[in-house]
Design a protein around this ligand. Structure first.
Ligand SMILES: [Zn+2]
Length: 254
């Protein structure tokens, strides 16, 4: 008799755990990040379907994650992260590019999990500050045209050296393709908008930063490059990050 009670108890515990997992999973399906979207952000994503096709929990070293395979319409087919533990990869994404992309996205998860460490690093070593809200004087043409990025959504506005604000914007109100987006640089001291990064920024961060819009992107690009032997020793900002990034434990060294 006792044996049956134990079996029933085990069954009930397992059933309870299964339900807990399903609740968490369903919650993750609803992961939204549209709080700060502009009209154009909604327009650009109106046909997006981001419901995962499949989900797999992966051990990726110290930074583990759910890997969602999502339809290619989601985020214009760009890999990205959501919450602290989801990497969304478009269906059919290049197998060759996948390992480096996963390393890049893992850094975004780490930025969410250890936001304070990154804020400290950006400020101390890169002269960057990041903000949830734009400064009131940021020109309207930038706030209205700004492209939301899930990987920088915790604090989307970045300011370098206390005056240079880098803002990713849609190419035009009728061309909302992500691949055509550009980064504009607003100097808060002169109130001028520039299409190119300032010279001192380029000499510190390098001429070839593929995603200059935000330090979250710059650091994710650098670390993936360092891991995949694309390390450029002449780039000061990359050198500093390399020294401060503990590859084994995958965390920042303070
Ligand atoms: Zn990224």
């Amino acid at each position: 008799m006792e044996k049956y009670i134990i079996i029933i108890l085990i069954f009930l515990v397992l059933f309870y755990l299964y339900n807990c997992i399903m609740i968490i999973e369903n919650f993750e399906d609803d992961t939204q990040w549209s709080d700060n979207w502009t009209k154009l952000d909604f327009e650009a994503r109106k046909d997006d379907i981001c419901t995962p096709i499949s989900k797999e929990y992966k051990k990726l070293g110290p930074i583990n994650s759910w890997i969602w395979t999502v339809p290619i319409s989601c985020e214009n087919g760009m890999p990205h992260t959501r919450d602290e533990n989801i990497i969304a990869i478009p269906n059919g994404f290049s197998e060759i590019r996948l390992p480096k992309t996963i390393e890049h996205e893992k850094i975004h998860l780490h930025q969410r999990r250890s936001q304070k460490d990154w804020i400290k690093f950006y400020k101390k070593y890169w002269n960057y500050e990041i903000f949830k809200q734009p400064p009131l004087s940021l020109p309207k043409e930038l706030t209205e045209m700004k492209r939301a990025n899930p990987d920088t959504n915790d604090a989307p506005f970045a300011c370098w050296k206390g005056k240079w604000w880098s803002v990713p914007v849609y190419y035009s109100t009728t061309d909302l393709k992500f691949r055509n987006c550009i980064v504009k640089w607003w100097n808060s001291k002169t109130n001028k908008i520039h299409s190119e990064a300032p010279d001192d920024w380029l000499s510190f961060f390098g001429q070839k930063v593929s995603q200059a819009e935000h330090p979250h992107e710059i650091s994710a690009v650098y670390i993936a490059n360092i891991l995949f032997d694309d390390y450029d020793e002449s780039v000061k900002a990359m050198n500093i990050l390399n020294k401060k990034w503990d590859r084994v434990n995958e965390k920042l060294i303070n």
